[in-house]
Design a protein around this ligand. Structure first.
Ligand code: NAP
Length: 244
């Protein structure tokens, strides 16, 4: 069997970094996309190489259609992509009355259009392979909404709709497409939340703790494995029981 390869967007920090290290420990060679924090990307690359796997760094802003097209050309020069994890995401939180057009567009462009761009430019080659897995990072906010996050909630709800549609398009070619909806996970994204709001959030989580990046990476590793070959078009909620 040929060596399996996974591409992870936003693989340099937070949840993406843990996904990269977990997939590498499961035996995948890694294609690691990042856009700003190059030093972090280099550190993760060294960690992956220390595990005996290869790691190619792919700089690209996922919201840029042409940049992602070039990134995917480079990605496929090594051969194939078995698993595509669309993890890159941002927040620009504001109540509707205060939200600017730029804040709305920025979140839609990275979270939704970035996911579209990556799937679009990987599609032809993955379809030719007649095997593969796509895992899109959604959020519980896309399922339940959140005051101050209309842009983020809209982007993640749309990612779920897109995931289900592409699951139907790609199923005849044996490509499974699923989404993961994390709850509140301890990363730079949630570090911004004030302590009091954090305590309130934890009180509402049945398992009474924030999630860890590893909780999400474990779900990715499962959906990326052949143990999940008969699962497609699903949203796996990993949130300590918030949404049930
Ligand atoms: P994070 O720590 O802020 O990391 C975000 C990642 O996305 C970084 O690697 C960043 O790369 C990358 N990124 C941002 N804009 C990009 C762009 N235009 N092009 C390429 N990469 C870009 O966030 P996180 O908490 O790990 O979140 C990862 C994913 O999980 C996101 O999709 C997020 O919406 C989702 N999620 C998170 C939570 C949570 O509680 N943390 C909950 C639900 C869903 P650079 O460092 O190079 O900028």
């Amino acid at each position: 069997m040929s060596q399996k390869v996974a591409l992870v967007t936003g693989g340099n920090t937070g949840i993406g970094k843990t996904i990269v290290l977990t997939l590498a420990s499961e035996g995948f060679d890694i294609l690691l996309n990042y856009v700003v924090m190059e030093e972090e990307a280099i550190k993760v690359k060294e960690e992956v190489e220390g595990m005996g796997r290869t790691c190619t760094l792919l700089f690209a802003d996922v919201s840029n259609y042409e940049a992602v097209e070039s990134m995917m050309e480079k990605a496929f020069t090594a051969g194939r992509i078995d698993v595509l994890v669309n993890n890159a995401g941002i927040t620009r939180d504001q109540l509707l009355v205060a939200m600017t057009e730029q804040e709305f567009d920025a979140v839609i462009n990275v979270n939704l259009k970035g996911t579209f761009n990556c799937m679009k430019h990987a599609a032809r080659k993955m379809l030719k392979q007649r095997a593969g897995k796509i895992i899109n990072m959604a959020s519980v906010i896309g399922l339940m909404g959140n005051a101050g996050q209309i842009n983020y909630a809209a982007s993640k709800a749309a990612v779920i709709g897109m995931t289900k549609s592409i699951a139907k398009e790609f199923a005849p070619r044996n490509i499974q497409v699923n989404a993961i909806a994390p709850g509140f996970i301890e990363t730079a994204m949630t570090d911004k939340i004030p302590a009091e709001a954090r305590e309130k959030m934890i009180a509402e989580i049945p398992l009474k703790r924030l999630g860890q990046p590893q909780d999400i990476a474990n779900a990715v590793a499962f959906l990326a494995s052949d143990k999940a070959d008969y699962i497609t078009g699903q949203v796996l909620v990993v949130d300590g029981g918030m949404v049930m």
